[in-house]
Design a protein around this ligand. Structure first.
Ligand SMILES: Cc1cc2nc3c(=O)[nH]c(=O)nc-3n(C[C@H](O)[C@H](O)[C@H](O)COP(=O)(O)OP(=O)(O)OC[C@H]3O[C@@H](n4cnc5c(N)ncnc54)[C@H](O)[C@@H]3O)c2cc1C
Length: 474
């Protein structure tokens, strides 16, 4: 069949919407092909939620993993975590998407480390992963900030790339079925820009009263780890993009309840690596779950078996204590020092814990499991850097109060392994690509920790390559 040729039009750039990691990865790739880029960001600040990422980015196999045999289980773990949504008939793309994500993960790490010079040498095992594969640096800077600031610095010195803030994209312009530009506002003034479009506008986990209220009204009173901002998926849906999995919202099991401001709906994330490096969870002094299970499982367990408790506001939040010992502290020092400084965690003793009589027994049991003297009834196998052997009332621990909070939206616009945005007939909408949290279908029912930064790099770079090839033919 001869494909009809698309009408060409005058464009002097590719447009990237959003300055999170997906947008920055796409822009970097476009710039590497010597394509002019206009990156539009609605906020006054750059970096989106990506800059807040604190646990790391997945990659397997990589030279940093130090495993006896190379890690070949990333695909399997991702499918397992995605759950029944993975095999649903709605999207035959799911398998290809997960294959692309996992098989491109080691080259994504290589790109960040070898080409961009970002330190990602420390590897942790997060919940739902069967092996350690989440990479971060060895220094103080959290991985999201390290990656975003490096890419941004690179782009800002590239004369081909124009990064503009306070530009709210309000519409995708279409001509004869292809996306040919965007409408946006700057300082209240409406502007037009022509060019192929890469959409990297993030998720809607911070859109409590808009998209969240529409797709998951039951979560309306739960706090969030995301910056409050409206979701932008509708702009894509307006030009025919097919929404997928919009009701699948990840509630992260561990965000800090700040003792100074407990009723603030915006929560600081208690990074997953705190559990990954050996931390345990207590309620009324007792463990209740395998802390290395998926986020979904831990959240469901907290919400199902523990009473929601908040004395100060209408928020629905819980009272769970995260506990780490000195060994875990050393492994996650830069994170914990920051949380101590913010007043989100305290250094204390077992004797000073709430419900200390139960807590000392629970922590001793946990120490015995970590030392191989006992089996965990909840099935935890990896205890990472937990070193406390004999637990006494004087044993030093690092603790914080945590609660589940809305964290990530698995749903978004349907796309394929070439980052093309798909319409209701599963056909690509010409001139339009998407990457990052704005897309749906990749993670199924539960995103694995570390896989979002990864999807931004993998599909952002693919979008950059594809849009570059398209632009050259205009
Ligand atoms: C606290 C926290 C910690 C996290 N930790 C990790 C982690 O360790 N590992 C991991 O893999 N994931 C982590 N995540 C998830 C991950 O950071 C995000 O899912 C991911 O970074 C999303 O990247 P993105 O580029 O798609 O969107 P974002 O980074 O959110 O960027 C989207 C950008 O688009 C802009 N935008 C939106 N609409 C418009 C519009 N209409 N016009 C112009 N601009 C627009 C937004 O202002 C924003 O700057 C974390 C998330 C949070 C909140």
């Amino acid at each position: 069949m001869v494909m009809p040729t698309l009408p060409s039009y005058a464009a002097t750039q590719v447009i990237v919407v959003g300055s999170g990691l997906a947008g920055l990865s796409a822009a970097s790739q476009l710039a590497s092909h010597k394509i002019p880029v206009r990156l539009l960001e609605r906020s006054t600040k750059l970096g989106g939620n990506s800059i807040k990422a604190s646990s790391g980015i997945n990659g397997a196999p990589t030279k940093y993993q130090s495993l006896a045999t190379p890690d070949a289980k990333f695909y399997e773990d991702t499918v397992k975590s995605a759950g029944p949504a993975f095999i649903s008939s709605e999207n035959s793309q799911r398998q290809k998407l997960v294959e692309t994500l996992t098989s491109s993960s080691s080259s994504a790490i290589d790109w960040l480390v070898d080409e961009k010079g970002i330190d990602l040498c420390t590897v942790a095992q997060l919940g739902g992963h069967s092996l350690p594969r989440t990479h971060r640096g060895s220094g103080q800077l959290p991985p999201g900030a390290a990656i975003v600031t490096t890419l941004l610095k690179d782009l800002r010195t590239n004369p081909l790339v124009q990064v503009e803030t306070s530009c709210i994209v309000t519409k995708i312009i279409q001509s004869q079925g292809q996306a040919t530009g965007v409408e946006y506002t700057f300082g209240g003034e409406k502007r037009l820009l022509k060019g192929p479009v890469v959409f990297a506008s993030g998720g809607f986990a911070g859109d409590a009263h808009g998209m969240l209220a529409k797709y998951r009204p039951d979560l309306a009173d739960i706090p969030s780890t995301n910056e409050p901002r409206p979701g932008s998926q509708n702009l894509l849906i307006d030009v025919g993009a097919q929404p997928l999995d919009m009701n699948l919202v990840q509630v992260h099991p561990t965000s800090f309840v700040d003792p100074k401001d407990p009723s603030n709906p915006l929560k600081f994330l208690a990074a997953e690596l705190l559990r990954g490096e050996g931390g345990l969870l207590l309620h009324s002094g007792k463990r209740f779950v395998n802390e290395m299970e998926t986020r979904q499982h831990i959240t469901d367990t907290i919400m199902r078996i523990l009473p929601a408790k908040d004395t100060t506001s209408s928020l629905r939040q819980w009272d769970v204590t995260l506990v780490l010992d000195e060994g875990c502290y050393e492994a996650a020092k830069s994170h914990i020092d920051f949380y101590l400084w913010k007043g989100l965690m305290v250094k204390t003793t077992v004797g000073d814990l709430k419900d200390s009589e139960s807590a000392i027994i629970s922590i001793q049991d946990y120490s015995d499991m970590a030392a191989g003297r006992a089996e965990d009834p909840y099935g935890r196998k990896a205890f990472a850097h937990w070193t406390l052997g004999q637990v006494t009332l004087e044993s030093v621990v690092y603790v914080g109060r945590i609660t589940p909070a809305i964290h990530f939206t698995m749903g978004g616009v349907m796309f394929n392994e070439r980052s093309e945005v798909l319409d209701g007939n599963r056909q690509p909408i010409k001139g339009l690509w998407a990457a990052g949290e704005v897309t749906g279908g990749l993670h199924g029912e539960n995103r694995l920790g570390g896989s979002s930064l990864l999807e931004c790099v993998v599909f952002g770079r693919i979008a950059g390559d594809q849009a570059s090839a398209f632009y050259k033919k205009l």
